[in-house]
Design a protein around this ligand. Structure first.
Ligand SMILES: Nc1ncnc2c1ncn2[C@@H]1O[C@H](COP(=O)(O)OP(=O)(O)O)[C@@H](O)[C@H]1O
Ligand SMILES: [Mg+2]
Length: 282
């Protein structure tokens, strides 16, 4: 990064700069333009949503932001600083955390120890420093004697309180409902003390009541502090209930953005969903 760019970054920051900025980001897989020229800005303290029919590029865009997916072109900026070349396992130090489309808790660790994995990723104590802990951390963490019975570290205690998991510390994932497992996954990400939290379909496979519960949790987390959340969902009602601002994607491009209810009523967005339904029924 040049001196000019970093000075510009600081100027933007003092003017209430976006936490995340994408400039003409594209990800092509051979001939498939999964993401094709996305430009957007996210500000702190708000919940953003990305909607769009299956295959519209939502997960690929999250992969690009979290550096798991190679960009074909474009720039990614965090706090005005270009981070396009940063490795995914270093993103947690920038302040980026994510949850995945499927629950990925460590089954042999209790709730508190699973959340501690997030805190350790932030401090580097857990070894890999990855924002997405893998199974190879398991033996290391298990080796830490009696971790579930010791009082939680401050970031873990804060994450437990913030996600409403008090009383669940010594439960194992298999003993919990799917909705509570998802809550633990969000708590693990929050233990990384992120400034940007990316959630890919956090309510996939949930019933209406569980969805409302997760929606309420995300709204509660919004009301505290400067956390920016970016949520991917195809449940449109969940997005209206949860998000402050929504982007709509179709075939790798943004086709609308703004207040959730307006975006959902946008004819281009309705056509994107309907067009797909028509094709499926053709
Ligand atoms: N690793 C990959 N290799 C090839 N094509 C991919 C890959 N990942 C996604 N795609 C394609 O990119 C498009 C967007 O996929 P995806 O980002 O998963 O959409 P969404 O999350 O909105 O359902 C789809 O056509 C999908 O088949
Ligand atoms: Mg997806």
């Amino acid at each position: 990064m040049s001196v000019d760019q970093s000075q510009e970054g600081r100027r933007e920051e003092s003017a209430g700069a976006p936490v995340l900025e994408l400039r003409d980001v594209a990800v092509h897989f051979g001939g498939v333009k999964a993401v094709d020229g996305v430009t957007l800005k996210l500000e702190p303290g708000l919940i953003y949503g990305i909607i769009g029919p299956n295959g519209s590029g939502k997960t690929t865009l999250i992969g690009a932001i979290t550096r798991l997916t190679q960009l074909t072109r474009g720039d990614l900026l965090f706090d005005g600083q270009d981070y396009t070349g940063v490795r995914p396992d270093k993103l947690v130090h920038l302040g980026v955390a994510r949850t995945f489309q499927t629950v990925r808790l460590l089954p042999d660790l209790d709730v508190q120890a699973n959340i501690q994995v997030g805190a350790d990723a932030r401090t580097g104590r857990g070894g890999s420093g990855s924002a997405a802990p893998r199974g190879d951390l398991l033996s290391r963490v298990k080796g830490m004697a009696g971790i579930g019975t010791t009082p939680p570290s401050p970031p873990v205690a804060a994450a437990i309180a913030r996600t409403g998991l008090n009383g669940f510390e010594s439960y194992y994932p298999t003993e919990l409902s799917y909705g509570t497992q998802r809550r633990v996954e969000i708590a693990r990400a929050m233990a990384m003390e992120p400034r940007l939290l990316l959630l890919d379909e956090p309510t996939a496979g949930m019933n209406q009541a569980e969805r409302a519960e997760i929606s309420g949790l995300l709204r509660d987390m919004r009301s505290e502090g400067e956390l920016c959340q970016l949520l991917v969902e195809h449940d449109v009602q969940m997005m209206i209930d949860t998000c402050d601002y929504v982007f709509a994607m179709n075939t790798g491009k943004l086709i609308a953005e703004g207040e959730p209810r307006e975006v959902v009523q946008n004819p281009l967005v309705q056509e994107a969903y309907l067009g797909r339904k028509f094709r499926e029924h053709a």
